[in-house]
Design a protein around this ligand. Structure first.
Ligand SMILES: Cc1cc2nc3c(=O)[nH]c(=O)nc-3n(C[C@H](O)[C@H](O)[C@H](O)COP(=O)(O)OP(=O)(O)OC[C@H]3O[C@@H](n4cnc5c(N)ncnc54)[C@H](O)[C@@H]3O)c2cc1C
Length: 462
């Protein structure tokens, strides 16, 4: 469909001339997201600044049956913000005010276009801490993170976005503006609608404001580097650390392929010979951090680590974490097409799933790079391929299918944090009973009877 001059005029009236993009060059910038294989051109991009403007845009879209794709930074890895059916991209980046940091009650209320890193820098000034830390935090918006229920390395100890959402303002496709939830940790008032919207991938409502629970900043932190000559042994060490009752704040794994690429692009002193490294972060009161650091080092050595030691200083620790963050960029920069998968298994089955992924790589003669949040069993096996090479791409698709099957067999899930979007919707039937998918459809109908909001995602045919 193509938007009429009258519709574009109405959109311009709502958001102002500076809040509307319509040229092909501008639109192209909003036709893709963090995936390398999904594209879709919008016909207009709007940048509302208030919930009222969002309401007017959605009301207009519902009246005229125009698809609306909500978008924050567009960094998601599931095709979630790609406007596959064209229409309007509703980008929240101008809703970027932190409204209130309530230091007495450990909450923050913020507009959704605020970038996660900006929020955390502001919170740190008050000695406060918002733990969920997707490794895209330099770009990802709060709204995108809530809508994907994002998590990161801190999930092992502190959980993911849904664990911190107290309340929100959301706009329904009809234009109704709803204040949901509240400001307290405990709140059992009817069905938990903020939790339903968290992880709904922009298919039910547009979230414009959220209230999040905060923690005090831990007084001490220590990073431990452990180097292994087998990825599976690294997985076993992770399991032992947790089984011994030590709960690190982060446990991250990188395989040899990632280590080498990072050292090529931006050398940070990672050991090139290592088949895998595990980075741990311990946090808490200084005496506990000291004891747990010793415990982790001893366990890793007992489990066969070639080297296990604490970072020499804060600078070295920062280098290690920067390297971990560079992992995805190193992978995407090295291959025309990447299936950056996101399977999760119960943590005790981590060594087993790593072994299965290695066998799948051999079976299909593919490079499958492994990195991930090893502490909570959430791995990102990245299958390197090229969509222009049909034969190679076909093998890569089969490998992805086998990886998902392996994770499900082990009691895991096909997405730990990236969502279903377009990337995984063909696998949803494997992961959910048909009755549950019908429930999803029913919920969608209640929120969005005209089906205008982010159509074509999760289970819907595009
Ligand atoms: C290098 C890299 C590393 C990453 N690491 C992690 C990681 O460690 N953990 C992790 O969880 N993810 C990670 N991601 C994925 C991504 O950054 C997250 O999914 C993030 O939450 C997306 O935020 P965004 O602002 O870019 O949202 P977008 O990509 O713009 O949107 C994501 C989804 O939310 C919807 N949406 C956006 N805003 C709203 C709103 N206000 N209301 C309703 N729906 C909305 C969109 O329609 C879309 O479906 C990574 C991505 C990259 C590129």
């Amino acid at each position: 469909m193509s938007l009429s001059a009258s519709t574009l005029g109405k959109l311009r009236h709502i958001v102002g001339a500076k809040g509307l993009l319509t040229t092909q060059v501008d639109l192209a910038a909003y036709s893709f997201d963090g995936t390398s294989n999904w594209k879709g051109m919008p016909e207009a991009v709007v940048f509302p600044t208030t919930a009222e403007q969002v309401s007017q845009i959605l009301k207009l879209a519902t009246e005229q049956g125009i698809p609306v794709t909500p978008r924050g930074a567009g960094s998601n890895l599931s095709g979630g913000s790609v406007p596959v059916l064209g229409g309007i991209v509703l980008c929240t980046t101008r809703m970027n005010k932190i409204i209130e940091i309530d230091t007495a009650n450990f909450t923050v209320t913020t507009e959704v276009g605020v970038v996660l890193n900006d929020l955390n820098r502001e919170l740190a000034r008050h000695k406060l801490f918002f733990p969920p830390d997707p490794q895209s935090f330099l770009a990802a918006t709060i709204g995108g993170c809530v809508s994907e229920n994002a998590g990161g390395p801190y999930a092992v100890k502190y959980g993911v976005f849904k664990h911190y959402i107290l309340g929100m303002t959301a706009v329904l496709p009809t234009g109704a503006i709803l204040a949901l939830g509240g400001t307290t940790v405990k709140n059992v008032t009817g069905y938990d609608l903020p939790q339903l919207l968290c992880g709904s991938e922009g298919t039910l409502a547009v979230i414009t404001q959220v209230t999040l629970h905060l923690l005090p900043l831990p007084p001490a932190r220590q990073t431990v580097l452990a180097v292994f000559n087998e990825v599976i042994t690294a997985g076993q060490a992770v399991h032992r650390v947790l089984a011994e009752g030590i709960l690190p704040a982060k446990i991250e794994l990188m395989d040899n392929w990632v280590i080498r690429r990072i050292e090529e692009v931006a050398p940070l002193g990672l050991p090139l010979e290592a088949e895998a490294i595990i980075l741990f972060e311990l946090d808490g009161i200084p005496a506990a951090v000291e004891r747990e650091t010793e415990g982790v080092i001893n366990i890793c050595r007992q489990e066969g680590a070639m080297e296990a030691r604490a970072a020499y200083d804060v600078k070295e620790a920062e280098n290690f974490w920067t390297a971990r963050r560079a992992g995805f960029s190193a992978i995407f920069g090295n291959s025309p097409t990447v299936f950056a998968e996101d399977v999760t298994v119960p943590p005790s089955r981590l060594p087993e799933v790593i072994g299965r992924i290695q066998k799948i790589a051999e079976k299909y003669d593919l490079t499958i790079v492994i990195l991930g949040h090893a502490g909570d069993g959430n791995l990102h096996p990245c299958v390197l391929t090229d969509e222009k090479n049909a034969e190679h791409y076909g093998r890569a698709e089969k490998a992805v299918h086998d990886i998902f099957s392996a994770a499900l067999e082990m009691g895991g899930s096909i997405s730990g944090e990236h969502g279903i979007g377009l990337e995984k919707k063909q696998f949803l039937k494997q992961a959910m009973p048909p009755e549950a998918i019908d429930l999803l459809r029913g919920i969608k109908k209640v929120f969005d009877p005209s089906g205008i909001l982010n159509p074509g995602k999760i289970w819907e045919e595009a």
